[in-house]
Design a protein around this ligand. Structure first.
Ligand code: SAM
Ligand code: SF4
Length: 331
């Protein structure tokens, strides 16, 4: 079992299979986009599978496939199919901006290898607002409702992730919440984290969103029936079939129970979202290490996971000069 020096069990791995993306969300990238990692520096699916197999043997139980936008890389359906075969894996899930989701579901269904859960990032239903945030005219909007139904029919756990930004998409909070009116999905509000390009934008605290929802729907009631990987806290609202989740990364913090490790597209095992600490596993792979040596290196570095991220007024232990944007880290 992977443990850190604070006694936390690390059983959740987020794997960013590409740093590339077909959107340029305002909190994630600059308008001109970022320079993509050269192809030869990005891990092959074979390398990702080797690392994931070893980490599963070490106690990883849940894997989230992320990006950049994971679905711009060909082969994700078969990657997920292979991940699901590892003994000990409880859940393999995917997070996506949804643009390529329909085609992905066709492929994954044909392979008989659907993920256990899919998170769709959705910051606006209004087409103009969506275009302004994602800097792309093409959005998932027109097809969102049938897509949600299609996934629910296949017993996929569906979560919508919305990042409210002050003086930007606050008006979208209620319409996005309404997606859970007659569908058993979780609509989650994530506090904007001041990483990279998001530092210039203002988050909307989760407490403020909760008050807004209670004004429209009535009291939020804590709910423990949604399975997840940690930081979200869930509630029921009167009149909603689905649930509401809050990831209050800034105002409340969630480090005490953090069980995550992150593997970037170039094979860096990252110990914390906001920190450079970690290990270049690609270097070890290229050096020809054995499975045992890789396992030992992962176990030893995992112990060094920092106690807190450094983005929040709750923790604020040291200033961050972190160079990675979210599209490289994978959220
Ligand atoms: N492209 C995929 C997507 O958008 O779902 C996967 C990668 S994206 C980096 C993962 C998640 O990180 C998205 O839900 C996105 O909204 C969130 N995200 C990106 N930058 C963020 C920030 N600064 N604060 C909070 N969430 C952020
Ligand atoms: Fe792409 Fe996701 Fe970043 Fe938006 S949040 S630019 S969809 S990686």
């Amino acid at each position: 079992m992977l443990k850190d020096s604070f006694g936390r069990t690390l059983d959740y791995l987020r794997v960013s299979v590409t740093d590339r993306c077909n959107l340029r969300c305002v909190y994630c990238m600059p308008p001109e986009g970022v320079e993509w990692k050269p192809h030869e520096t990005v891990l092959s699916f074979e390398d990702f599978l080797r690392i994931c197999r070893i980490m599963t043997e070490l106690g990883i139980r849940k894997i989230k496939v992320t990006g950049g936008e994971p679905l711009v890389r060909r082969g994700v359906a078969s990657f997920i199919k292979n991940l699901k075969k590892f003994p000990g894996i409880d859940k393999v899930t995917l997070t996506t901006n949804g643009l390529l989701l329909g085609a992905y579901l066709d492929e994954a269904e044909a392979m008989g290898a659907l993920p256990d859960g899919i998170n769709i990032s959705l910051d606006a239903l209004n087409p103009e607002r969506s275009k302004q945030i994602s800097r792309n005219g093409n959005t998932v909007l027109q097809e969102i409702s049938p897509l949600l139904d299609r996934m629910l029919k296949k017993n996929i756990t569906v979560k919508i992730n919305c990042v409210p930004i002050r003086n930007n998409n606050e008006e979208e909070i209620l319409p996005i919440t309404a997606l859970a009116k007659d569908k058993n999905i979780a609509v989650r509000f994530i506090e904007l984290m001041p990483l990279g390009f998001a530092a210039a934008l203002e988050p909307v605290p989760g407490g403020e969103i909760a008050a807004l929802l209670e004004k429209s729907y009535g009291a939020l009631t804590p709910y423990s029936g949604v399975s997840g990987n940690g930081p979200a806290v869930y509630y029921k609202l009167p009149g909603l079939a689905g649930t509401i989740g809050f990831i209050n990364a800034i105002s409340r913090g969630f480090c005490e129970t953090c069980s995550r490790l992150r593997l970037t597209s170039v094979g860096f095992l990252k110990l914390c979202l906001s920190d450079d600490l970690g290990m270049d596993l690609k270097e070890l792979l290229r050096a020809g290490v054995s499975d045992n040596e890789l396992a030992q290196a992962i176990t030893e570095i995992s112990i060094k996971k920092p106690r807190y991220h450094n983005l929040s007024e709750v923790y604020c232990v040291r200033p961050s000069e972190h160079p990675d944007g979210m599209s490289e880290i994978g959220g």
